[in-house]
Design a protein around this ligand. Structure first.
Ligand SMILES: Cc1ncc(COP(=O)(O)O)c(C=O)c1O
Length: 427
């Protein structure tokens, strides 16, 4: 009765079973996988956020007065999303100087709003691929790719990221993996969970690789702003540090939204940028050579028009919600840095485990002794130590010996949980 594409293995995995058993028995667990920012004790400006969705939004109030009615009561179907919201997204790329000295100039007409990055992926996969066509995706990386690809009848061909004093893209593998039906290369900048950014040299190689083969680049930048070396206060920090500060320049992580070398789709959204996943606001920025961008936009617009999925109140709220990122990113960067330094403090007291380099994002990867599979290890940790971690295989690590922990959890829970994980391996 059902489509083959939905023939997923739906039974809970053994780790989920173990967690559910303990929770049912009332055992408190320390959760080192917490990645829902709304539940880790951050301080949100509730009044402003709620006001943005209603009559306390100054833009809405002004428009309402002009029209003798409330704009939210008006249905103004715009395929790419309301212009005011798209302009706020364009301003985000222009204003955040930590990416490049001048920011990235993005035309609001090249932005399509979506309700999630997942929806953005779906639009782009639909635009680029016939059923059975292929996309190259990094490995290890974001576990949802598999499902997104299944749903769009797209095949994934993984290309490995290699760790050697830091993560790198393996261009030899990329070359070997590209085939006749390959339509594009997906990069996650910085990647989840490795936290690695695409370096300037890699970006050049990637552009050359895609140009030669007529491939598009699809870039997931949801964690772009969470660079470990970014200044606490993103906006304006570069001016204060001085434009000739060369050390500082090395820390910039430029968005692909201004990549004009090849057809490029840059995906991001409020779920991570402003830590507001419940608002369901994301976007796709299209860049590249003019002619192909025009054609891509015309087609993307029809795809978006077919769904018109984002609701009006949240679109009107986008400028204010995006503004919230400044306070939230400061808190999250502080949290991530504090947890990372606690992790390093604890790692310094033992020899069995180490962490891999973290350039950005919300996660750390631990290299641990391989005495059993990562799944067995995670199950043992939850049963015996009551700590929940992600085994590396969730993210398709090439072998065993990797655990992934979230760095955005509350500091006390993180510190205690890490202590229990490390004591498992002895001094
Ligand atoms: C790499 C990456 N992209 C996208 C998302 C989800 O974004 P959205 O909530 O906008 O679909 C996540 C969530 O964890 C992620 O890790």
């Amino acid at each position: 009765m059902f489509s083959k594409r939905t023939n997923w293995q739906l039974a809970p995995n053994r780790l989920t079973w173990a967690v559910e058993e303990l929770l049912a028995a009332g055992v408190p667990l320390l959760d080192l996988t917490a990645s829902n920012p709304t539940r880790v004790g951050l301080e949100y400006d509730a009044e402003t956020i709620l006001g943005a969705l209603g009559s306390a939004n100054p833009t809405l109030a002004a428009k309402g007065a002009a029209r003798m009615g409330h704009p939210v009561l008006d249905y103004d179907p715009q395929a790419k999303g309301l212009l005011g919201a798209r302009e706020a997204v364009a301003e985000y790329y222009r204003a955040d100087h930590h990416r490049s000295e001048s920011g990235v100039d993005v035309d609001a007409e090249r932005i399509v709003l979506t309700t999630s990055t997942s929806e953005g992926y779906s639009f782009v996969f639909r635009l680029l691929c016939n059923a059975g066509d292929e996309l190259l995706v990094p490995k290890p990386s974001y576990p949802l790719f598999e499902f997104l690809a299944d749903l769009q009848d797209v095949k994934l061909a993984p290309y490995p990221l290699i760790y050697d004093h830091g993560w790198q893209m393996d261009f030899h593998s990329l070359e070997r993996t590209a085939a006749e039906r390959t339509r594009g290369v997906v990069v996650v900048h910085p990647n989840n969970p490795t936290g690695s950014y695409v370096k300037e040299r890699e970006r050049e190689q990637l552009n050359a690789f895609c140009r030669e083969r007529g491939l598009a680049v699809v870039v997931d930048e949801v964690f772009l702003d969470y660079g470990m070396n970014c200044a606490q206060e993103n906006t304006g920090s570069l001016q204060r540090l001085g434009r000739d500060d060369s050390a500082r320049k090395m820390q910039l992580h430029e968005s692909f939204a201004g990549n004009n070398e090849v057809l490029t789709f840059t995906l991001s959204g409020l779920s991570k940028i402003a830590a507001l996943p419940q608002m369901k606001v994301a976007w796709v920025v299209t860049s590249g050579p003019e002619k192909v961008v025009r054609e891509a936009m015309a087609r993307l617009e029809v795809i978006a028009d077919t769904y018109l999925s984002m609701n009006a109140p949240v679109q009107w709220a986008v400028p204010i919600l995006l503004e919230q990122r400044k306070s939230i990113q400061r808190q999250l960067l502080e949290r991530v840095r504090a947890n990372l330094s606690e992790l390093d403090r604890q790692l310094a007291g033992q020899k069995a485990c180490e962490r891999l380099e973290v350039e950005g994002g919300w996660y750390a990867v631990l290299r641990v002794p391989v005495t059993r599979s990562d799944e067995e290890l995670a199950i043992e940790l939850v049963r015996e130590k009551h700590v929940l971690v992600h085994p590396g295989h969730f993210y398709d690590f090439a072998g065993d010996g990797y655990l992934v922990v979230s760095l955005i959890g509350e500091e006390r829970e993180f510190g205690e949980g890490m202590g229990r994980v490390l004591e498992t391996f002895g001094p």
